[in-house]
Design a protein around this ligand. Structure first.
Ligand SMILES: [Zn+2]
Length: 1177
């Protein structure tokens, strides 16, 4: 490479840059090799300079020969045949004996490949052809990839295929020739992306197929032909064509019973068959002839005879064929009819102990799951058990659609085969797919309409209508004249308030003021009076608890009806309330019951769940995220399959059923007792399937027929020390954090009474997978035969006669919110301005609280009052989605912080007025919904056009924001708190025109205040930092400064600032676009844990704000500031862990077969299979 250096130097001297160097080699008349370096240099102005350096030396022998060959090619004469034979013969000899020669001929610059291909194309002489093929064989056998690539790029594939076709036309073709061509094609095929198409276009498919047919007993020729056929069949169009020409039947002639002979051949035949069977048409042909059953027999034969597991690959290939056959409905039926379930179940069970047989077990399990007959859920209907009459039902709305569904619409309709008839014969489509190199991720969802990206005030109500919201903004008109700053008048909201607490003062709510401004406690709800006749509450923590006390307590109920409270002697049971007062300053069981009285649920709940009553104390210890044990899912799936294999073992006993409450389940004392008839409870049905195994069905959101993920229920009558398996069988999401370490939460009443009132992450053998229950496409809203998913977990109870609760996430009821607000206001100090209004009444008749928090003015002087009134507004909301309870815990932390006595909180209060709606969807929370309100709709999709009657909380929240805007009080920040079930850490979504445009790859010259990012960088974990940042949002130094204090759980890389079309009706986008709040966010916190920073691999405890003090430097997280996410609340799953081999079994007809296969079972690519054939024999 000295030449290059010399040229480079020369170019530099001339002020140019070297742009290309090429090498040409030729042999001159004197048999010397001429090496020509052509160096091209150019200047920036486009001036080019070319310098040719010639070197010559005595040519090697092979180069001289190549030179001769080139000349012979130029003017082919019959008389030259002899010379051609000689020259090619000599080259072949040299190449066979000298590695050096191979290098010279095979190198790119030598032109050797072109010369050899050219003579192959031109010669009509068999011996020359054989020589040349021999040369190529040598070249491509050693040092494979690069030289094969060169061969393909020089058009070698087509030359070979043409040679094959032409030689087949004048039989009898030389066997040696055919053999050589095929062994070359085998090498070339996998390296040529267009191989299948080229073979078809050159008419080579049938030539090879006929060779196979004619040489079934000529092993020497059969193997390479079959191998080439295998490559042909990788193209779906070819597969269809070969199938029509009888390829399937030929494969079945080759595939026979167990035999140690010719296993290589057998493997290739099976792989060819599997490739052919990816075509539904071929699969049908095979099934129609009853050959699926033959394959099963062959599989069993190999399973029995291959005792030392030497031929696992063959066994796997047989399963591969069966797998492709069961992609069609007919195949699944044939599989069941041929007793396939039992055969694969039994063989797999025998394979389980040998780890190296895992591929067989996994493929078998895949096939069995695919063929497992689809069932509807064991429910009369999937519509919600409880319905709530709506003030009116919009004709096109979700609820109208639900009610108009014909009866029996839940029924399973297996439509997965619908598309099969319109199969692949459309060649062009497949061809285009082969050409596809465009991997650009185009996202249709990004808003590109610039008009929609500009904040615009739309649909705003006339100011006259908005004027009523003035009553929620009294701080702007407050004069504070009556207040004595030395001694604030005490305002005690109820007799429950403890003297220890500072007196509460509600500035605008004097005792005589309107009721809607008062705390809920002051209102006498017209619910049932609280009489706990059956239970006396005692708050002595030291009292000993008898083992059976808890279970004998039965239910703690508001109306005094308690099951089994009275013991034989008629004594009153004494409920020992754990003393959580010191640990939980905001919790008080008495207040909780009091608050519960005013909470209205659709089913009219009167019972109280113990955890909500006792309170939950967060543990200090960090709970590690559980690591999944290998093979758990497979074991669970096998247990499910056993239900089909051994139906006699299944109890199928309904032990809890909301649909059929009149006829209570027969209880022989052996079954667990279930209950969820309490606030936020969600369990519809429990079926005992085996002695210690229960199928659980969750209720769908009220007035809907789906949305279930949230659960909260009670279990009693357990045996300690026994492993109970629970399966929630109607989950909907396609994946879940339960597959990646999330555990369920359990609360033991025994433990609580014994001083540990904790929700604990528990359960082993947890996994989440698609099951055999599905619903019709009509019931699923048009989506084809949607399957449900099972979330399974196993629990061992510690105590006898305990009552335990399970929940998806730390429950946070509406009554709990009211209790917390009550306690918080009681803790309020005189310098805090705190007002609670009722924003509106919900559909279910509950009051939606609205809080205003700021600092009291220093005095009632004009100056202080004016400063007080001019504070900017910060608007926060949470819990629009009932299943995201963590958003309520974050909100609780926010409120505690804002009402606390830290200097930062004081500073924030003095700087801002906080308007907070802590629960945007109280009805959903109360009734155990996961996503919706009582209108059966997702409230976070109603912000564009909220309806006053159907979506009152959203309607009034938006109107209040419109009022603020209309009075020049547009909030500085809006943030809606959410929880996230599928991503870890804490992160935010915001709205940025610039980033949206950038993501949609258009040009953008917009100038935008980047403060939105600064804010997002500081999560509300550190609301102080977050708020402080608002003061100097434009400062360049703010970002790093703040980031250095960012919460460790916060992940900026998970944030997104893109405006999506599908999100145009969410709070974040509407508040940003219509109200004009530039810093409008959705804040998401994980339901699971963190996989970064300090909290990596830990489940967070319920009080997200407990981590307040953990400030660490964590700048390293900022890798990609903008991550596009598909769905605001549940984005596409972005985990690194891949359990796809275990969980992605489904035959999705929309998927390209190849893609399906790669999803289902990561198999070695076809070329490596072929090149690895030596290891088989
Ligand atoms: Zn949400």
């Amino acid at each position: 490479m000295n030449v290059v250096a010399v040229c480079n130097a020369a170019a530099r001297d001339a002020g140019l840059a070297l742009t290309s160097v090429s090498l040409k080699v030729r042999v001159n008349n004197k048999n010397n090799v001429e090496l020509m370096f052509v160096c091209v240099a150019s200047s920036k102005q486009g001036f080019q300079m070319e310098k040719v350096s010639r070197f010559s030396r005595v040519a090697s022998r092979v180069l001289i020969l190549l030179n001769q060959l080139e000349k012979l090619n130029e003017e082919p004469k019959v008389s030259d045949y002899e010379s051609l034979r000689q020259v090619t013969g000599k080259i072949l000899h040299l190449i066979q004996t000298q590695e050096k020669t191979r290098k010279e001929v095979g190198s790119k610059g030598s032109g050797g490949m072109e010369i050899i291909l050219s003579s192959l194309e031109n010669t009509r002489d068999l011996q020359t052809t054989l020589n040349v093929l021999g040369i190529l064989n040598e070249l491509l056998t050693v040092g494979g990839g690069r030289r094969t690539g060169l061969f393909v790029s020089k058009g070698g594939t087509a030359v070979l295929l043409q040679l094959l076709v032409s030689s087949s036309r004048c039989p009898p073709a030389s066997e040696e020739l055919i053999l050589l061509i095929h062994s070359l094609l085998v090498k070339v095929g996998p390296k040529d992306r267009k191989f299948g198409v080229k073979a078809r276009l050159n008419g080579a498919l049938n030539v090879t197929l006929n060779l196979v047919k004619q040489n079934l007993h000529n092993y020497k020729l059969l193997l390479p032909s079959l191998q080439v056929l295998r490559v042909y069949a990788g193209n779906l169009v070819n597969a269809v064509s070969l199938g029509k020409s009888g390829a399937l039947e030929v494969m079945f002639e080759i595939i026979g019973p167990f035999s140690k002979k010719n296993t290589t051949l057998l493997k290739v035949a099976l792989d060819t068959l599997a490739a052919l069977l990816k075509s539904g048409m071929n699969a049908r042909r095979v099934v129609d002839r009853g050959l699926l059953s033959t394959l099963l027999t062959i599989y069993q034969d190999w399973h029995r005879n291959d005792t030392r597991h030497r031929h696992v690959v063959i066994r796997k290939s047989i399963l591969g064929c069966i797998k492709n056959l069961t992609n069609i409905k007919l195949g699944r039926k044939a599989f069941i009819d041929a007793n396939g379930m039992r055969i694969l179940y039994n063989t797999s069970t025998e394979c389980l102990p040998v780890r190296t047989l895992d591929p067989l077990v996994n493929t078998s399990s895949l096939i069995m799951r695919k063929c497992f007959p689809k069932n509807r859920l064991p429910l009369p209907t999937i519509k919600s058990v409880f319905q709530h009459p709506l003030p009116y039902i919009p004709a096109a709305g979700a609820v109208a659609q639900l009610y108009n569904l014909p009866p029996g619409v839940d029924d399973v309709v297996d439509e997965s085969d619908e598309n099969e008839s319109t199969e692949v014969d459309t060649e062009n489509e497949t061809e285009n797919e082969e050409d596809e190199t465009d991997h650009k991720m185009l996202n249709d969802d990004i808003e590109t309409d610039i008009n929609k990206l500009r904040p615009t005030e739309v649909n705003s109500r006339p100011f006259e209508e908005l004027r009523v919201y003035e009553r929620f903004c009294q701080e702007f008109t407050e004069t504070f004249e009556d207040i004595d700053y030395e001694d604030s008048p005490a305002f005690i909201p109820s007799n429950i308030s403890n003297n220890r607490h500072r007196p509460i003062f509600i500035p605008t709510a004097s005792p005589s003021s309107k009721t809607h401004n008062k705390l809920p406690l002051q209102d006498e709800p017209d619910g049932a009076p609280l009489e706990l006749n059956g239970i006396s509450l005692s708050k002595f923590s030291e009292s000993s608890s008898e083992g059976d006390l808890v279970s004998s307590l039965g239910h703690l109920a508001l109306d005094g009806v308690t099951n089994g409270v009275c013991e034989d002697g008629g004594e009153q049971a004494v409920l020992v309330v754990p003393d959580t007062a010191a640990l939980l300053p905001l919790h008080d069981p008495d207040v909780y019951l009091e608050m519960m009285k005013g909470t209205r649920s659709v089913p009219g709940y009167t019972e109280v769940a113990y955890p909500d009553y006792f309170g939950h104390v967060a543990l200090n210890l960090r709970e590690p995220i559980m690591e999944r044990v290998y093979g758990v899912q497979r074991t669970k799936i096998f247990q499910d399959i056993e239900r089909l294999i051994h139906p006699g073992d299944i109890l199928d006993k309904v032990v809890y059923d909301l649909d059929n409450q009149c006829s209570p389940a027969i209880d022989n004392g052996e079954s667990l007792r279930f209950n969820s008839k309490f606030e936020s409870g969600n369990l519809r049905k429990a079926i005992q399937v085996r002695k210690f195994e229960y199928d659980l069905i969750l209720n769908s959101d009220i007035n809907s027929n789906h949305y279930h993920q949230w659960f909260y229920f009670e279990v009693g009558n357990m045996r300690p020390g026994v492993r109970y398996r629970f399966n929630i069988i109607n989950c909907e999401k396609s994946n879940s954090q339960f597959n990646y370490g999330m555990q369920v939460l359990m609360y033991s009443v025994q433990d609580a009474i014994n001083g540990s009132p904790h929700w604990l992450r528990t359960g082993s053998d947890i996994c989440y997978y698609k099951n055999h229950f599905s619903r019709s496409s009509i019931a699923a809203g048009g989506q084809k035969g949607k399957s449900y998913f099972t979330m399974t977990f196993t629990v061992t109870f510690q105590h006898k006669d305990d009552v335990c609760y399970f929940a998806y996430h730390y429950p946070y009821t509406f009554s709990m919110l009211k209790m917390h607000l009550h306690k918080l206001s009681a803790l309020r100090t005189a310098e805090i301005y705190l007002r609670q209004d009722d924003l509106c009444e919900t559909l279910g008749g509950n009051r939606c609280p609205l809080l205003t928090i700021t600092a009291m003015p220093e005095s009632s002087s004009d100056e202080h009052i004016s400063r007080f009134r001019s504070r900017p507004v910060i608007f926060l909301s949470a819990r629009v989605h009932p299943g995201e309870t963590n958003s309520s815990w974050v909100m609780k932390g926010t409120l505690e912080f804002l009402l606390g006595c830290s200097p930062q909180a004081q500073s924030l209060r003095e700087s801002y007025i906080f308007k907070i709606i802590p629960m945007l969807n109280p009805d959903g929370v109360i009734n155990g919904n996961h996503r919706c309100s009582l209108s059966g709709e997702d409230l976070n999709r109603q912000w564009q056009n909220p309806n006053a009657d159907l979506h009152p909380t959203i309607f009034h929240a938006k109107s209040l924001l419109q009022y603020l805007r209309a009075t020049g009080r547009t909030p500085l920040v809006f943030c809606d708190y959410h929880g996230h079930s599928r991503k870890k850490n804490v992160f935010m979504y915001g709205c940025s025109i610039k980033e949206t445009i950038w993501q949609s790859s258009s040009a953008c010259d917009l100038n935008e205040d980047l403060g939105y990012r600064v804010c997002a960088a500081c999560s509300s974990f550190h609301i102080d930092v977050w708020m402080v940042s608002l003061r100097e949002p434009r400062s360049v130094q703010t970002l790093p400064k703040l980031l250095s204090q960012t919460a460790p759980a916060f992940s900026l890389s998970s944030c997104s600032f893109v405006v999506e079309r599908s999100k145009e009706a969410t709070a974040r986008v509407v508040v940003w676009r219509e109200i004009g709040v530039q810093r409008s966010y959705t804040m998401e916190s994980t339901l699971c844990g963190c996989d970064q920073g300090k909290y990596k691999l830990h489940n967070h405890s319920s009080h997200l704000l407990d981590v307040e003090n953990d400030l660490i430097r964590n700048v390293s997280n900022i890798t990609s500031p903008t991550t596009y996410v598909l769905d605001e609340d549940e984005p596409a799953f972005l985990e690194e862990v891949d359990y796809s081999a275990e969980s992605e079994d489904e035959n999705d007809p929309d998927l390209e077969p190849d893609l399906q296969d790669s999803l289902a079972l990561p198999e070695p690519s076809s070329d490596s299979e072929l090149s690895g054939r030596d290891s088989l024999s």
